[in-house]
Design a protein around this ligand. Structure first.
Ligand code: C2E
Ligand code: MG
Ligand code: MG
Ligand code: MG
Length: 287
């Protein structure tokens, strides 16, 4: 990175070198500070989980929700795209990731206790978590301790997990044996999308939002999106399209029998808000 800064500096004259160097220092410093704060995030109760509902696009029925981690520390709200990589590098993703899974399970239990109709909750997990030798045992204990039926838990993994194919494969098989569902997040932009679904049965494909984003302006991407949806259907895998923001996008998808998630329906919201919205619109279980 320093070499690159030097290169840019040479290209742009001497003053810029100082500038890029300062920028790099600033970034590194922020990262170090965030890392220090992140160590205390759990014990300081700075983490929360927001939920974003998922819908069957053609029927408007709610079919699930994704749990998304939020962190507010002394520096303010830090987006996951900034702190998750730090958590992954430092290994803090292990306790933090487990905290999220437990929180999601506690929320499922809370709904169950209030006699609210249950739906599956999806939790993102990092490759490092999936690879941990103790991962399956931890999941099993959390489900037991929180008295949650594994069918209500979906774990979202990404394609980078498959760089460590053999270990990933075994743990995915074991998760599915437990009854936990496995979803492939950001499908289509990773390294080896097809080889993965060729070798392992996955329950759900989540098509990366860039496909939908470009579909309305680029016909080739639209065809690709439709083809990926067909792949999912042909192998009996649920298909979720991420990042739905507009009516036009809904129209494009509505005849394809897929699930969708995005700001068009709802942003990720705190559990309390989610609960009252859910009870008002969808209702309590019949007793
Ligand atoms: P992701 O798993 O692909 O999650 C979807 C992201 O898209 C979320 O960003 C969500 O808020 C955002 N999103 C939802 N609908 C729309 C939309 O219509 N338009 C646009 N532009 N964005 C939309 P968020 O919450 O900032 O999370 C970013 C990423 O951080 C997630 O991407 C996931 O990879 C990671 N992440 C979040 N929570 C966790 C966690 O608990 N554990 C791990 N390992 N990663 C997490
Ligand atoms: Mg996700
Ligand atoms: Mg993800
Ligand atoms: Mg995604």
């Amino acid at each position: 990175k320093a070499d690159f800064a030097m290169f840019l500096a040479k290209e742009n004259g001497k003053n810029n070198y100082q500038f890029y160097n300062d920028e790099l220092n600033k970034k590194m410093k922020r990262k170090m500070i965030l890392e220090t704060y992140l160590h205390k995030a759990i014990e300081n109760n700075e983490l929360t989980v927001h939920y974003q509902p998922q819908f069957d696009i053609s029927t408007y029925r709610m079919v699930g929700a994704e749990a998304l981690l939020r962190w507010k520390c002394e520096l303010g709200h830090i987006p996951p795209d900034e702190f998750i990589p730090i958590a992954e590098e430092t290994g803090l993703i292990m306790p933090i990731g487990e905290w999220v899974i437990r929180q999601a399970c506690m929320d499922i239990k809370r709904f169950k206790n209030k006699n609210i109709n249950l739906f599956p909750i999806s939790v993102n997990i990092s490759t490092r978590q999936l690879m941990a030798p103790t991962f399956i045992d931890r999941i099993r204990s959390i489900l037991l301790e929180e008295e949650v039926d594994p069918n209500y838990l979906t774990l979202e993994i990404t394609e980078s997990s498959f760089l460590y194919y053999e270990d990933a494969k075994n743990n995915i098989l074991e998760l599915r044996n437990l009854g936990v569902r496995v979803s492939l997040d950001d499908f289509g932009i990773g390294y080896s999308s097809l080889s993965m679904i060729r070798n392992i049965k996955i329950d759900e494909l989540k098509i990366d939002r860039s496909f939908l984003n470009d579909s309305l302006k680029n016909n080739r991407v639209k065809s690709l999106l439709e083809a990926i949806i067909q792949i999912g259907k042909r192998i009996n895998t649920k298909v979720v399209v991420e990042g739905i923001e507009t009516k036009e996008q809904i129209e494009l998808l509505s005849s394809h029998g897929v699930y969708g998630q995005g700001y068009f329906y709802s942003k990720p919201i705190p559990i309390n808000e989610f609960e009252s919205w859910y009870i008002e619109t969808i209702g309590k279980a019949k007793t």
